[in-house]
Ligand binder design. Sequence first.
Ligand code: AMP
Ligand code: MG
Length: 364
Amino acid sequence: MKTKLLTSDELAEAAKLLSGSSLVGIPTETVYGLGANGLNPVAVGAIFEAKGRPQDNPLILHIPEVSWLARYCQEIPETAYRLAERFWPGPLTMILKCKERTPEELEELRSGPVCSYSHFGPRVIPDEVTAGLDTVGMRCPAHPLCRAVIQAAGVPIAAPSGNTSGKPSPTTAAHMLADMDGKIPAILDGGPCAVGVESTIVDLTCTPPRLLRPGGVTLEQLREVLGEVEVDPAVTRQMEAGEKPRAPGMKYRHYAPKAPVIVVKGDPAQAAAYIRSHVSHTRWDGVICFEEFVPLFAEEERPVLSLGPAADTAEQARRVFDALRTMDGTDVKRIWAQCPDDSGIGFAVSNRLDKAAGFQIVEV
Ligand code: AMP
Ligand code: MG
């Protein structure tokens, strides 16, 4: 199969593929997603195959407007609507109770006509999306092309990030093509992603609400709306053997380039000095550092990539996956990476780098 790159003029073609059972790469403001009709178990199953994704890692369901929430969720707390009012459309995923079918609805479905992708499960969302959980992750993305294609398809779109499982997420259509060429019919090109890291995930089915993944909406912003928010331990440390993560996806290796990564945290100048004194003087050691320190590492042949200015965490979020991917295009055997502190969107950047490094972290 040849993977087509579609432009915004070809949105109708992308919507047609999506409303059937085909996979389409979709632009969002966070990262590119691998989208499928979220009501079609066959289409959703193909996502796992194309990505090599473990079956027990659930997907996020993308909707074009908040009014669709009640179609797929039940017992929606009032806090969900407050969050939606403030942050949707935008980079926030809420974990909510999935809508159950009544016995009468199930009976009616089972005795009615069978369409090509009918699913007769006890919940309105197929288990392929939720990995059999009784909860579902819901997001209304801000990218105009993304919302338009979901509206045109007329169905909620299940989508994980559009990378091969375990690899850095794609923030351009070209990145996604590199991973998915030949595996899916099309990618809708919506330009580079404005946020650059995946959505914030907050679980609203527990008290207090719990942050499962830091992202474009910051923890500070969530607390302004929700008051107390707990941070799941898996966000800041490696899960231990036998430990059961609250979110299934948390136990898997993530965002990792081919070469091992060592993250160096602390005062930016001190962290740069630490890397300077430990990096080898060969092309086998790559460096990802803040803009200010690039000259410190400029040496013939060594790959050095800027994460953006030390104070500009939004720019760092836009660049982090591109930097990790670019290192994959070199023959480095080790990557040293500077990292912002955990405030604002810096928390999302440091979480992705921590995971890419398998929590191999040096604090200076
Ligand atoms: P990605 O595959 O990169 O889009 O990530 C989707 C994330 O959402 C994964 O980490 C999933 O584990 C998480 N997720 C999706 N649905 C749920 C859910 N019902 N409960 C907890 N986490 C979820
Ligand atoms: Mg992902």
